[in-house]
Design a protein around this ligand. Structure first.
Ligand code: GDR
Length: 323
């Protein structure tokens, strides 16, 4: 039986990857951070099918023990401090997990399981201020401690590949969302608030920069792309993106319109949600991934928005009944 290991398995993308590897017949392992509160909500429905191990990307010993014991066919590194705004407040921790954490995985693999195929979940944040559309040739210009950490992880992955140590690939993914998205990221913050406003559970939504533009994909489509990279004949760097770009303002308007609400009646601005240096526009040109590996997203932007609204509407309804 083939084996897959996932760091960040309790996160949004990690949970979709876990479902996918189980579906493909892999023995699926995850590294889970110890927390005093439950942090497995996104994988509770498959909990008994998974092999979970306590560990941490900050702890090289725990990664070595895990990799050495499992010797997986595939390791996907999804774990990170992934909030861009928060990375300005905790830059050192963000760097430790987002950069050194990658090196810990690469080192552990080269020592204990050099045949493993490794995929680093990198990000469109690497492009930063480079104008869209962006592809594998676009110059990097990181604009946050998060992106600076991720760029070190990206190049470390390239270096282990080029020095012949490992099959090491990078997924340069644009934003990915779903009903499982963390509630402090802008799309989920908006769908959660709009549905709660609709049911009278909340009366305002406070946001930052509405002009930023992003290429929003469904997280399950990104998980599908990562699987293709891990099972490709050769390791490489791959851009994942729909090639469609929308502003935060467009997203806001679309969600509120779908709920027959006027967003201007509810949205307030607070500078605390601004980033000291912002990424203005991201739009991933995934021609290489589509032509070489046959990737095709299942969700359109509109379907993604509809699913997020439906999911949050159900949650708000439950909350209302409980109240
Ligand atoms: P991003 O996602 O920074 O692109 O990184 P996020 O949803 O946090 O922000 C998108 C844009 O929305 C603007 N914005 C706000 N953002 C948040 N979180 N909260 C607000 O209230 C708000 N108001 C406006 C932001 O300024 C930004 O321009 C995500 C993360 O998942 C990364 O880990 C990942 O690498 C990239 O996507 C691809």
């Amino acid at each position: 039986m083939k084996k897959a290991c996932i760091t960040g398995i309790t996160g949004q993308t990690g949970s979709y990857l876990a479902e996918l590897f189980l579906e493909k017949g892999y023995e699926t392992h995850g590294l889970v951070r110890r927390s005093s509160s439950f942090n497995t909500g996104r994988i509770d429905h498959i909990y008994n099918d998974l092999h979970l191990t306590y560990g941490d990307l900050s702890d090289y010993g725990s990664i070595c023990n895990w990799i050495g014991a499992v010797k997986p066919d595939i390791l996907i590194n999804c774990g990170a401090q992934s909030h861009v705004r928060v990375s300005f407040d905790i830059p050192e921790y963000t760097m430790d997990i987002g950069a050194t954490g990658v090196i810990r995985c690469l080192e552990a693999l080269s020592k204990f399981s050099p045949e493993t195929h490794f995929v680093q979940c990198s990000t469109s944040e690497l492009w930063g201020s480079s104008p869209p559309p962006q592809n594998e040739q676009t110059p990097f210009h990181p604009r946050s401690p998060y992106a600076a950490a991720k760029i070190a992880g990206f190049w470390s992955t390239v270096n282990y590949r080029e020095s012949g140590k490992l099959f090491a690939a990078n997924s340069i993914s644009t934003n990915h969302e779903s009903g499982r998205r963390g509630e402090t990221f802008v799309t989920r913050k908006i769908t959660r608030a709009a549905t709660r406003i609709k049911l009278g559970l909340q009366d305002k939504l406070v946001l930052g920069n509405l002009e930023a533009k992003r290429d929003w994909n469904h997280a399950s489509d990104v998980a599908g792309a990562i699987y293709l990279m891990a099972t490709a004949p050769e390791a490489d760097d791959w851009v994942v993106g729909s090639g469609e770009m929308h502003s935060v303002r467009d997203f806001l308007q679309l969600v509120f319109n779908k709920l027959d609400l006027n967003w201007q009646d509810y949205v307030e601005f607070d500078p605390k949600y601004l980033r000291p240096s912002e990424v203005p526009a991201l739009c991933g040109d995934s021609t290489k991934l589509r032509t070489k590996l046959g990737w095709k997203p299942k969700y359109t932007f509109e379907q993604l928005v509809d699913e997020m609204i439906a999911n949050d509407f159900k949650l708000a309804e439950k909350e209302k009944i409980l109240k």
